[in-house]
Design a protein around this ligand. Structure first.
Ligand SMILES: [Zn+2]
Length: 362
């Protein structure tokens, strides 16, 4: 490999979101032996299908024997299909150029020599062509390889799926010497790159990161809870009515999850329900709550948990006042309060201390 940097520091293509959308969710790539390239893409989270096949020649000769003879214009390729919510086209292309093959080798990959092993992007639409062309320029301009990229851009005319025994070949033949020598090192590289990939963020409409606290962070947060808090938040308990700290509180501000700090209710949505528990008509952001049907104690209720840390908050009932007609009945000990003008709690240090404070009218 003539790549001069680590694969995980390889840049993704610069492309705008409309080009990315127009490019679709499937792309055909030629990077030498399809056993190896398929093995690489099968490691990527969000890649939903990888099919080995042949493109660039006629249907009559689209079979392994004819293609390997080098007498057809086919290339061994893979068709990669992906879920854009989980992996971006940029990562698919980055993997192609940095790990799946060496794009500076002309009409060969290592010991596999011939046009059938050429480096090529078979573009299925104009957006793919433009993105790939710009990316090759970007890679050459950055001098990431010690030789120029020779990848060709060819229009995808027809994709001929390879014979069944080529599918998932590397995984089914791990001890074959060629697989050990050619595919295994690439698979090790992509596994390493995947392990360095930051977990995808799950962000709420009001811009809070809803990914759950990792195990060590959760343990640190839980260690700050008192006995009553543990009983309610972690064991679905209920505090005694009329005793909680926030039952009669009327101050302007935001009520946040006691465990993870996620804002759950605004003080403007609080009302006096007479039940003895803090009650609200509307959540801060519906995505911040998890609703679970609860049939305990012989009742049919809807339990509310924090959508981020899963801690128990209370229940919601359809007997509240306008505007929603809902009554979110919450335990005081499940909450912590941030007065208007003060920072929000951010115990997981996600940079959310002043999120949602501007222009919210709370
Ligand atoms: Zn929480």
């Amino acid at each position: 490999m003539s790549l001069k940097i680590d694969p995980w520091s390889f840049p993704e293509p610069q492309m705008d979101s409309s080009a990315e959308r127009d490019a679709g969710t499937s792309i055909v790539l030629g990077g030498g032996c399809f056993w190896c390239t398929e093995a690489v893409y099968r490691q990527i989270d969000g890649v939903t299908d990888v099919r080995p096949g042949y493109v660039g020649g006629s249907a009559e000769t689209a079979n392994y024997r004819a293609v390997c003879s080098g007498d057809t214009n086919h290339a061994e390729v893979i068709q990669v299909t992906f879920d854009p919510a989980r992996v971006r086209l940029g990562e698919i292309l980055k993997t192609f150029f940095s790990i799946a093959h060496d794009p500076t080798q002309l009409d060969r990959q290592g010991g596999d020599v011939g046009r059938q092993y050429r480096s090529a992007v078979f573009y299925g639409n104009e957006a793919q062509r433009r993105i790939a062309e710009a990316y090759i320029r970007q890679i050459d301009a950055a001098g990431l390889f010690d030789a120029p990229v020779v990848t060709t851009l060819e229009p995808l005319e027809a994709f001929y799926e390879a014979e069944a025994y080529h599918h998932d070949y590397a995984a089914r033949n791990p001890d074959q010497p060629y697989i050990r020598a050619a595919a295994a090192p690439k698979v090790a590289k992509i596994k390493d790159a995947m392990s360095r990939r930051p977990a995808p963020k799950h962000v709420s409409p009001s811009a809070f990161d809803l990914s759950p606290p990792p195990g060590d962070v959760r343990r640190r947060l839980e260690a700050t809870l008192g006995t009553e808090e543990r009983n309610v938040l972690l064991r679905h308990g209920t505090e005694a009515p009329f005793c909680g700290a926030f039952v009669d509180q009327k101050e302007a501000g935001t009520y946040c999850c006691r465990l993870c700090g996620l804002p759950l209710f605004r003080a403007t949505a609080k009302f006096d329900s007479g039940t003895g528990w803090p009650s609200f008509t509307t959540p801060f952001d519906e995505a911040h709550l998890k609703f679970i049907r609860d049939r305990s104690h012989g009742m049919e209720r809807v339990e509310i948990c924090c959508a981020r840390c899963d801690s128990h908050q209370g229940h919601v009932f359809p007997d509240g006042p306008p505007p929603t007609g809902q009554r979110y009945c919450i335990n005081s000990v499940s909450l912590q309060f941030a007065a208007d003008g003060a920072e929000l709690p951010d115990p997981m240090q996600r940079g959310e201390k002043s999120l949602g404070l501007a222009g919210t009218g709370r």
